[in-house]
Design a protein around this ligand. Sequence first.
Ligand code: MSP
Length: 522
Amino acid sequence: MSKSFYITTAIDYLNGEPHLGHAYEKVITDVITRGRQSLGGETFFLTGLDEHGQKVQQAAQAEGKTSRDYCDQLSRSWRRFSEMLGLSINDFIRTTEDRHKRVVQAILAKLHAEGHFYKAAYTGFYSAKEETFLTEKDRRPDGTFDAVWGNVIELQEENYYFKLGVHQQWLIDHIEANPGFIQPTSRRNEVLGFLKNNTLEDLCISRPVSRLSWGIPLPFDPDYVTYVWFDALTNYVTVPVALGDTGPRAALAATLDLPVADGTEPRNDLWPADVHVIGKDILKFHAVYWPIMLKAAGLELPRMVLAHGWWQKDGEKMSKTTGNIVDPVRVIQEWGLDAFRYYVVRELDIGPDGNWTDAGFKSRYQAELANGLGNLVNRSLSMLKRYREGVVPERSDELAAEAGAVARETRECVQQFRLQAGLQAIWAFISRVNQYVDQTAPFKLAKDPAQSKRLDEVLYNLVESCRVLGVLLWPYLPSTAERIYAQIGLQESPNRFEKSEWGRLSQGHAIGTPEGLFPRRD
Ligand code: MSP
């Protein structure tokens, strides 16, 4: 079985509402996934929810619900949200599932048995209100704490710690030897700088049940649940293990109690993950703690951690309290999914921070989707209907070379995760073809019977260009791409880059009915 391209997003905390940041991460992951599919590869796309921890336990209590009921209810709307984004996902994990608990416990048990953990007492300032330990940084110069922390007491607590010291050097070596492991390069440098200039502190991997019960119990000490990040990161191997992936199952065999479901064939195509797509704020967890957890447990490391930037709105941090938010659900309902997907990918390259403005969104919609792509497809197909009763004329190769060039460039961009650059290339071609309409003026040619041959040529080039665009757009705007194909009267899906080869539209083919793709909104 050849390796599937296994790609994941961060799993979202389910307290709170889905917002632009969550939607963005899933859309770029989906574009990368579909890009791989279009290149002909097998893919496996995983996303899901991070459901344990203090915040959920408190939110459930506040609503008078059990934590489980609270999660079951909210998870449904999060799941609908991922459906709304048109994601081509293969599984959706919830960390409260039994399969996940068993994999987390298998890793914990193995690390414990092999001496990676120790128990120690910690004394610190504890805020019962926020249920968290505070550090010296939280202290005011006079030694007191801000009122937001409520009553702060000095508390001694015993916990389990993961020894990280022995892992620091190999991790540095690994990052240096594998420039693609952390991307973009600026993020890689950030992690290297951190590892070279600091000594890793051991990681506390437990919480006493007396203060947090909503978590996965330590298999070797029922008085504790595991730290929510230890739990959450493991989701990426839970699914391969549960689906019967032989590599990680073998590594955990001694402690794993999770039979493969009846009828499931063993597979070896998932782990290691090819790409973990995450936001910059959780880079340290993915580029430091996660590789260490895996290595200690005898599991292969992921091939890449790809960190995207953060969105702001109108130049300010998004915040529910000030009302400065972008609600992706509302935008999609009002403008359509593909308009949303287009804007976020076109506006922000993977890496830097971005800024959403409603005016920017509308202007891209109008100029690039309605007047650019939509107008081109609509007038091309309408002219073929009007002048040739919708029947494709003889092949002509006037735009073949340019179409070939943009197809090559788009493939490359998608393969290298340069998604924004891919759209720029596609839109440069759209402008070129719109310009071709203006230059060749088919509406004038149609009035002169002596120009009939020339009109055939122009119409072929236009409709074939639209077809090629359908193929190139598919990873980005799947439903628009499918609609372009349907309007051209093609029954198949434009879901393979190889279909972008010029000349596949044959003479005599009858197209379907042109319909506006992106209605103008004035
Ligand atoms: N549950 C953890 C992740 C565990 S992964 C093993 C978490 N959840 S989160 O809901 O807070 O964030 C989920 C993802 O959304 C993260 O990758 C985060 O960076 C991303 N974003 C949250 N706000 C964002 C923006 N404003 N802009 C872009 N992405 C942002 O962290």
